[in-house]
Design a protein around this ligand. Structure first.
Ligand SMILES: Nc1nc2c(ncn2[C@@H]2O[C@H](COP(=O)(O)OP(=O)(O)OP(=O)(O)O)[C@@H](O)[C@H]2O)c(=O)[nH]1
Ligand SMILES: [Mg+2]
Length: 302
């Protein structure tokens, strides 16, 4: 037993869609735990990433992007995603609020409103600094955003390139309260391998077909078994309309083949084993606006 005091706490990573929340968590954890794409609304669930170094354990919670609900997009899944993000703010020790450079939008205001009344410290991380066009304008901008909320710190970062992340981590560790560690020190997430497998398939769909098929696909793992060191994974892709099924399958099955190949490579890396991946596509009309269907499809972290 070490005689050092141990520290452990929860850190919610929040922000509007597409600002780089999942990229940040993955970079800090050094592996892909949460899927990313250039499309907004990639993350749909809370995903925990646990980092234990010496006597400090930090439990990061990646969240779906908080967004404005609009009449035509106000589906059950949108409400679910916003709730999953807001509920992550409860009982955390620190919040990292991420914004994209100097592009403050109405949706950043939505996030700001959710922070009102929080008792825990909030750090503002200004991301994608590698892409900042006008460096001169940064200093006045920092002063401007500092007026919006009593942030405990403001830190410019690049989640993708790792700029300033060790400074951010040092800051985060400093906020962790004295506590025993909630997780064993070698555990990196609370999500199952099945969950990760389904997310990796969804990531490839988002990345390859995001423009044509933004939100109507979800993935269910139907088989996950091991034989002689080989993993057999069967995943069912559910879409809302038959036209979407055709898009996913692609001409002569080329699209689904590519989705499968890319997902398999990531799975082999994540699970450290050879993977046989089988994909199917099925139409299940209206799943994204049906509370019961959502529950049965694993949208249950509220
Ligand atoms: N240039 C640059 N791109 C970045 C950086 N961080 C993230 N990105 C890109 O921004 C896009 C969105 O990143 P995500 O991590 O998926 O964003 P998110 O906030 O998790 O998005 P949602 O899950 O949809 O809310 C991806 O294309 C990333 O590669 C960065 O520091 N610099
Ligand atoms: Mg995300």
């Amino acid at each position: 037993m070490s005689d050092q005091t141990s520290h452990c706490g929860f850190v919610a990573i929040v922000g509007r869609p597409n600002v780089g929340k999942s990229t940040l968590m993955n970079h800090i954890l050094g592996q892909k735990l949460s899927i990313t794409s250039r499309r907004p609304q990639t993350t749909r669930h809370q995903v925990v990433g646990i980092k234990t170094e010496d006597d400090v354990q930090v439990v990061y919670v990646d969240t779906p992007g908080m967004h404005k609900l609009e009449k035509d997009r106000n589906k059950a899944i949108n409400r679910y995603m916003n709730q999953a993000a807001s509920s992550a703010l409860k009982d955390v020790d620190l919040v990292i609020f991420i914004i994209d450079r100097m592009r403050w939008t109405e949706e950043d205001e939505v996030v700001l409103q959710k922070l009102e009344g929080l008792k825990c410290p909030v750090v503002l991380a200004i991301n994608k600094m590698d892409r900042l066009e006008d460096k001169e304008a940064l200093l006045p901008y920092l002063e401007e955003v500092a007026q919006k909320y009593a942030f405990d710190a403001i830190i410019p970062i690049s989640a993708q390139h790792g700029h300033n992340l060790s400074q951010l981590e040092t800051l985060v560790r400093g906020y962790m309260p004295e506590s025993f560690h909630y997780y064993p020190e070698d555990q990196v997430t609370d999500r199952s391998e099945r969950f990760l497998a389904s997310e990796l398939v969804r990531e490839k769909i988002m990345r390859q077909l995001g423009d044509e098929l933004p939100y109507q696909a979800t993935v269910e793992i139907e088989e996950f078994s091991e034989d002689d060191g080989m993993l057999f994974i069967g995943a069912l892709i559910l879409v809302e309309r038959s036209g979407q099924k055709r898009i996913i399958i692609g001409e002569k099955g080329t699209r689904i083949k590519q989705i499968g190949q890319e997902a398999r490579i990531d799975m082999e890396r994540a699970f450290g084993a050879k993977v046989m991946l089988n994909l199917w596509v099925k139409v299940k009309g209206g799943w994204s606006d049906d509370e019961r269907a959502l529950k049965s499809l694993g949208y249950t972290d509220l």
